[in-house]
Design a binder for this molecule. Structure first.
Ligand code: MIC
Ligand code: SF4
Length: 645
């Protein structure tokens, strides 16, 4: 039987296990990427491993998240990242060079390779036919040490595309249609593989937009073949040597099939507060808009931005709308400057923002109270914009610009009177690597500079025989890592666990941290109880490290998302799931819990939890791999690695 493209790339990188779906495997990681908000921890952890230099083929450290620099903390992080990169053999992409995923596509992505990144949108690389996976920083540190990355051999879901997108309908609408079908729940350990005749009608930046938001569905990654369009993109970046044609076998068999006819697709929008809350744009047309933001790693390529400039050309942004535009990279920025597009944007009244994550992570541009914001990025979780009452809608660049011009949500297929801005991928891009700093051959004499906000990663202790404690918080479904560890104004504490820990669950229950500390003082463990899809969204391992620091010993949920489950195990927090979903109702905040003989229980198929307050036993599952089992016993991966590296 023929092979899927996923199977081909995974089997070429297999180091442990066999590609039997649902079983644990270890793969070789060719390339790694980090960004500053997760990168400081990743490099501190790499330093703790005591290796002089990274061992994987290519490691890049990007600075794109924390670029606001109110106070000294961010700048100190950048200085640390630059020095540790030079010392350990990592390429450093300076602030101003652009968003990690966009720059990685332009300069480093290579068809057929594996990429592990400490950012959940690393799958953007699937647009260049890479198996590109998001993970916590510690997993990336381990991959930089040349060790395999562990995952569950995924199911491969075929998404077959036919036809061609009409004018005004774009790649964003394709992924919104995928999210409408698959939702953000229940896709753990799957890969979306795009096939069919429609594939060749999509260029690399469009494919990358689609792969980028696959992250919202919770899949391991998404993948497009490597073909003529891939070659053209690489050629345009003077990287023909990185090209290999790659496709699935004609008789490959898949685990599931979803078909999309591009020709009949209609523009969509994800309504507040979830990327899968999807309706057709025409169904909410007319809604008044206060703010429009265009950019982020989802939609900030040159073609996206050029379309925006051509649509805005000769017009002025509607008086009741604030329009912000952040080109995805310095390459995109320079191309817009050279071809006159930047002048069109400025003239229209758009506010030009830095090539960085900025608004997408709630660093700035928070909407006014109850403000309606149209954004081209990928996440609209409640409060992520920095304004809890804001209503954030995720849309294509076409819908965003029309909103900025008309002051209301406008169906691009309606009779709005604006001409369609045709724009194709250029044959030649403006390549300029002057903001990349390549490390010296020998970095051993480079001084690593740490500012006062940068602390050592905290250590956990080996798992105790019995865990006795209380339910410190009970939350519902779809709790994201943004709920657990807020970004925005708190982002500057990413390198300071003691300080950052004060804000665990701040958006949900600001007194959580102090309750945890009170329990810690009394020698009681803290337990988190949650509904389904706990830990969705960002890969930030702080959503495990900070709770660990506050004495959280276990999470008991209806289901836990892949990256977060790995992060929990990496830091010695036990991930437990209810065997019977009705038992979720049998645990309440403040209940006294006991996990007896837990060191031996976690190796078994069923774990018994005693709810002492109610006098009942609740059966739980602990679905972990043998690696994760060792980590939990040792109190985290760093403790295990001490013996191995
Ligand atoms: C995000 O989009 O949520 C982030 C911010 O890029 C995160 C990483 C982080 O929290 O630092 C992600 O996607 O993993
Ligand atoms: Fe940055 Fe937003 Fe992309 Fe995350 S999703 S990497 S914050 S642009």
């Amino acid at each position: 039987m023929g092979k899927t493209l996923t199977e081909k790339i995974l089997s070429a990188h297999l180091m442990e296990g066999s590609l039997e779906k649902g079983t644990p495997i270890g793969i070789r990681i060719d390339q790694t990427l980090t960004q500053d908000a997760t990168g400081t921890m990743a490099y501190l952890q790499f330093e703790a491993m005591g290796l002089p230099r990274v061992k994987n083929e290519l490691a890049v450290s990007y600075v794109d998240h924390n670029t606001i620099q109110v106070g000294f903390e961010n700048a100190d992080d950048h200085r640390y990242l630059q020095s540790v990169a030079a010392s350990k053999g990592v390429i450093y992409s300076r602030p101003g060079n652009g968003i990690c995923h966009q720059v990685h596509l332009e300069r480093f992505g290579k068809p057929g390779s594996t990429l592990l990144g400490s950012d959940s949108h690393t799958p953007t690389g699937g647009g260049l036919c890479m198996i590109a996976i998001g993970s916590g920083g510690l997993d990336v540190a381990v991959a930089m040490a040349g060790r395999p990355f562990h995952l569950i051999a995924p199911k491969v879901i075929e998404i077959r595309l036919k036809g061609r997108l009409r004018a005004w309908v774009s790649a964003k609408d394709v992924i919104l249609a995928v999210l409408e079908h698959f939702t953000t729940k229940g896709n753990v350990n799957c890969i979306f593989e795009y096939t069919g005749p429609g594939v060749s009608t999509l260029e690399v930046p469009e494919r990358s937009t689609i792969c980028n938001m696959g992250a919202e569905a919770g899949v391991t990654t998404s993948l497009f073949p490597s073909d003529e369009n891939t070659l053209r993109f690489l050629k345009g970046h003077s990287r023909v040597e990185d090209y290999t044609p790659l496709a699935p076998d004609a008789d490959a068999s898949y685990d599931d099939l979803f078909e999309i006819d591009l020709s009949s697709l209609e523009p969509r929008v994800a309504q507040p507060h979830s990327p899968d809350n999807i309706v057709l744009v025409k169904d909410i047309a007319g809604k008044k808009v206060d703010q429009v933001l265009i950019g982020s790693c989802t939609n900030s390529s040159y073609v996206d931005m050029k379309k925006v400039a051509d649509l805005l050309d000769g017009n002025v942004v509607h008086p009741s709308v604030s329009l912000g535009i952040a080109p995805g990279s310095r390459e995109v920025f320079m191309m817009l400057a050279n071809d006159g597009s930047l002048a069109k944007l400025i003239k229209s009244g758009a506010r030009i923002l830095e090539s960085a994550c900025g608004f997408c992570i709630g660093n700035h541009q928070s909407p006014g109270s109850e403000g309606v914001s149209l954004r081209t990025n990928n996440r609209n979780f409640e409060g992520r914009s920095g304004t809890k009452s804001a209503q954030v809608y995720l849309v294509s660049v076409e819908v965003a610009v029309l909103g900025a011009l008309t002051g209301k949500i406008t169906d691009p297929l309606s009779d709005h009177g604006f001409p369609y801005p045709t724009c194709s991928v250029p044959e030649k891009f403006l390549v300029d690597d002057s903001l990349l700093i390549f490390p010296p051959e020998d970095g051993s004499s480079v001084e690593i500079i740490r500012g006062p906000n940068i602390g050592d990663p905290p250590k956990n202790t080996p798992l105790k025989e019995n865990l006795t404690g209380v339910v410190t918080i009970k939350v519902g479904d779809k709790i994201t890592t943004d709920h657990i560890m807020p970004a925005g104004a708190r982002l500057k504490y990413r390198s300071n666990i003691v300080e950052y820990s004060k804000y665990v669950f701040e958006p949900v229950d600001p007194s959580f941290a102090s309750r945890c500390q009170e329990n810690q003082k009394q020698g009681r463990a803290n337990f988190i109880v949650a509904g389904s899809s706990y830990g969705q969204g960002s890969s930030r391992e702080h959503a495990a490290i900070c709770p660990m620091y506050l004495g959280v010993q276990a999470v008991i949920a209806l289901s836990i998302e892949r990256i977060h489950q790995n992060n929990l195990c990496n830091f010695g927090i036990i991930p437990l799931t209810f065997r019977d979903k009705d038992d979720y109702a049998k645990l309440e905040m403040g209940d006294e819990l006991v996990l007896e003989d837990i060191r031996s229980q976690i190796g078994k198929s069923e774990v018994q939890l005693l709810n002492k307050t109610r006098g009942i036993a609740i059966p739980l599952s602990c679905d972990i791999t043998s690696e994760q089992h060792s980590m939990l016993l040792a109190g985290g991966l760093l403790n295990v690695l001490k013996e191995k590296i």
